[in-house]
Design a protein around this ligand. Structure first.
Ligand code: NAD
Ligand code: LMR
Length: 339
């Protein structure tokens, strides 16, 4: 374990002036896969979050360097790096939120499901450790295919007797981030004002942005809505192709992951009306897991919100996505229970 404690006078001054930390509870966040393309910028963004008091950075390699680097940033949290399976327990112990970007990313021509064979096993092992060392933590699953890795996590936790459906989240925030960006560009509105719910899952047509509910309202043509929907669904592939074999979205994902983790921390701290979209256990449709707006609270999911009114195009998209999403969920459940 490599521990770095930022106790500089500058740090203290920053805390006093900016954050009134006396009233902010201590919160430990663990990042599993912290030395990766997402993990490193996500570690930095979590170090910048004043709600975090301890930041545990775990990977199978290279975390000492990442932790040393990030630890010099003069913000509230203490940073510790953990490397290798024998240090995983220490990394997890006492965590309030565990963020999982561990696993392989896509290359051009691959689907997210093509990552299943490698990532399913990684996620299964990490979740078994979470069940053992921090069973009450909120789990933010980033590793793909999210449509299957979240059901895998649920099964692992059920087997360990620790499953709490309020505490398991598939991170779909990047779909929302993209939908907001693309909508603002087309509607010519200030991106900072834009809200767009994105429901369903996190792969291809299972990603269903609800532009009919986008605000500020804009009278976009049907073809524009269809093009925005397709671009949002293919956003990950756009990045994979642009990176040409060097991986998938890392920086925008770190941003999205940091937003979602921050929302989880705010919910835990009792901040009212914290709402984000996430892939969670759900009764919104007949599928056992589904992404929709979720109200976050002191125990994780406080309320899974409904879909709201859908356009005919969105209703059609919803029906079209169900078979693929159902198959991905079932694949994850089957894997967790047979291996
Ligand atoms: P990367 O290869 O750059 O980093 C992955 C890291 O995971 C590596 O540092 C690796 O050492 C580590 N790792 C591997 N096995 C591990 C284990 N057992 N325990 C801990 N760490 C382990 O990949 P990346 O670009 O950071 O992407 C990571 C994952 O996130 C991929 O599966 C990718 O598809 C997914 N992703 C999801 C979203 C989303 O919106 N949910 C967005 C982008 C990427
Ligand atoms: C994304 O949406 O960027 C991620 O799921 C990574 C990928 O493979 O597209």
């Amino acid at each position: 374990m490599f521990r770095f404690v930022a106790r500089s006078a500058a740090g203290k001054h920053l805390l006093r002036r900016g954050y009134a930390t006396e009233s902010v509870p201590d919160r430990k966040v663990a990042v599993l896969g912290a030395a990766g393309g997402i993990g490193q910028p996500l570690a930095l963004l979590m170090k910048l979050n004043p709600l975090v008091s301890q930041l545990a950075l775990y990977d199978i390699a290279n975390t000492p360097g990442v932790a040393a680097d990030v630890s010099h940033v003069n913000t509230r949290s203490e940073v510790a790096g953990y490397v290798g399976e024998e240090q995983l327990g220490k990394a997890l112990e006492g965590s309030d939120v565990v963020i999982i970007p561990a696993g392989v990313p896509r290359k051009p021509g691959m689907t997210r499901d093509d990552l299943f064979n490698i990532n399913a096993g990684i996620v299964k092992g990490l979740c078994a450790a979470i069940a053992k060392y921090c069973p009450n933590a909120l789990v933010n699953m980033i590793s793909n295919p999210v449509n299957s890795t979240v059901p895998i996590a649920a099964e692992v936790f059920k087997k360990a007797g620790t499953y709490d459906e309020k505490k398991l989240f598939g991170v779909t925030t990047l779909d929302v981030v993209r939908a907001k960006t693309f909508y603002a560009g087309k509607a010519k509105v200030n991106v900072a004002d834009v809200n767009v719910p994105v429901v369903g899952g996190h792969a291809g047509i299972t990603i269903l942005p609800l532009f009919s509910q986008a605000t500020p309202k804009a009278n976009l043509a049907e073809e524009d809505i269809k093009a925005l929907t397709k671009r949002t669904q293919d956003g990950g592939t756009e990045v994979v192709e642009a990176k040409a074999g060097k991986g998938s979205a890392t920086l925008s994902m770190a941003y999205a992951g940091a937003i979602f983790a921050d929302a989880c921390l705010k919910g835990l701290n009792g901040v009212p009306d914290v709402v984000e979209c996430s892939f969670v256990q759900s009764t919104v449709t007949e599928l056992p897991f589904f992404a929709s707006k979720v109200r976050l609270g002191k125990n994780g999911v406080e309320e899974v919100l409904g879909l709201g009114p859908l356009s005919d195009y969105e209703k059609e998209g919803l029906e079209n996505l169900k078979p693929e999403l159902k198959a991905s969920i079932e694949k994850g459940i089957k894997f967790a229970n047979q291996s």
